[in-house]
Design a protein around this ligand. Structure first.
Ligand code: ZN
Length: 385
């Protein structure tokens, strides 16, 4: 059995241990020490990384009480060697994990929720609760969780005797076969857990709930703790500052400023639509009636206005009423209508004439053309169907 130093001191960053085994593995070398502060993957927490002497540790797993460190190079057996875990990563994980216990404990105490799922991802932590909580209720959970941090309470982790266990309440997801280790934050939470935790709640620094969504009849919370929450605040502060400068609004007034812009944009869109229809009317009026085809080009009309222009031009010609919107670089979006000609039946000939691709109904076809303006105009002038 490997002696688990992380249970004796969760803040141990460096230690000396003896290499007792080194096996080749297709991913590297599996090194076993007589004792270790490297936490193996478990309890929802990722394995520690770091160094055993010069060898980089990339994974740590426990099986039958033996902890194996997957390393990138072999080490001689029997030597005493200095080991160092990546403390920054481990400490962030402890902040997150202890924070998760507090939030789950508070949700249980305030609303009777059970934690039915927990994931510590690279971007955030998610907790699944079995009861659907409103955002107002979750804000209350967050406030109480931060009160626990400000009270700087001790976090006690120990292996209670069977008798002690029988008489105490603790959260546990499954029937545990091995001896149960309990992590207790007095007044907030007791939970069966095998992972290392902070010594005092103050080390967590801050707990911030970011989001919640309904999940299997309950609630999935997305949250951040400690350094991760701090860096999230830094990024959001920068983002809000940039937005406030762009809007010339105070930082806490960016939302109403954006609402004003959206309202203005809507009014502008309505005005633009009206002007487009006016432009369509003027353009249609300026075209003489003809027995042949009409061909117009435009760079600004949207598809609705373009279709309206085609409708109005169809009344002015016996042949094709064609409107091309766009330019020669990006191509033309075309709509062609006719009162007399079956466009679906003739769409191949029309598309060939205008270097286009598209189709539609007997009365109207649409598509894209990559032709030159002058060539399209010339082809349509002489095209007779
Ligand atoms: Zn835990």
């Amino acid at each position: 059995m490997t002696e688990k130093l992380y249970y004796l001191d969760s803040h141990l960053q460096e230690f000396t241990a003896k290499v007792v085994d080194c096996e080749y593995d297709e991913r590297g070398f599996l090194i076993t020490l007589d004792k270790t502060a490297f936490f193996p993957e478990g309890g929802g927490q990722q394995p520690d990384t770091g160094y055993i002497g010069p060898a980089r540790v990339i994974d740590v797993q426990e099986k039958d009480g033996i902890i194996r460190h997957l390393c990138e190079e072999p080490l001689p057996m029997g030597i005493e060697i200095l080991c160092r875990i990546d403390w920054d990563v481990r400490f962030r994980r402890m902040q997150s994990h202890s924070g998760e216990h507090i939030v789950s404990g508070v949700a249980h105490r305030l609303y009777g929720c059970e934690n039915v799922g927990f994931h510590m991802g690279e971007d955030a932590i998610t907790i699944d609760l079995n009861i659907d909580l409103s955002w107002e209720q979750l804000k209350e959970v967050e406030r109480h969780a931060n009160l626990a941090i400000w009270s700087d309470l001790p976090v006690k982790a120990w292996l209670p005797s069977d008798e002690e266990l029988e008489h105490m309440y603790y959260r546990s997801k499954m029937e545990l076969k091995e001896r149960v280790r309990v992590v207790r934050i007095e007044g907030y939470d007791s939970c069966a857990c095998c992972a290392p935790h902070v010594n005092h709640t103050g080390e967590i620094g801050i707990i911030k709930l970011l989001d919640s969504q309904r999940h299997r009849g309950g609630t999935r919370i997305t949250m951040l703790c400690g350094q991760d929450a701090y860096w999230d605040y830094v990024r959001k502060q920068e983002s809000v500052t940039e937005i406030s400068q762009l809007l010339s609004a105070k930082r806490d007034e960016v939302a109403p400023a954006v609402q004003r812009i959206l309202k203005d944009q809507q009014a502008m869109r309505e005005k633009c639509d009206k002007l487009s229809m006016e432009l369509v009317r003027v353009k249609a009026e300026s075209v003489e009636k003809t027995d042949g085809n009409i061909c117009l080009f435009d760079s600004v009309l949207d598809e609705i206005a373009q279709r309206e222009l085609v409708n109005q031009l169809m009344e002015k010609c016996e042949g094709l009423a064609a409107v091309f919107c766009g330019n020669e670089e990006d191509g033309w979006r075309y709509i062609i209508g006719s009162k007399n000609i079956d466009l679906r039946a003739n769409s191949k000939a029309i598309n060939e004439a205008i270097e286009g691709r598209g189709g539609g109904s007997a009365q109207m076809i649409q598509g894209m053309s990559t032709g030159k303006k002058e060539a399209i105009e010339a082809s349509l002038k002489t095209l007779s169907l």
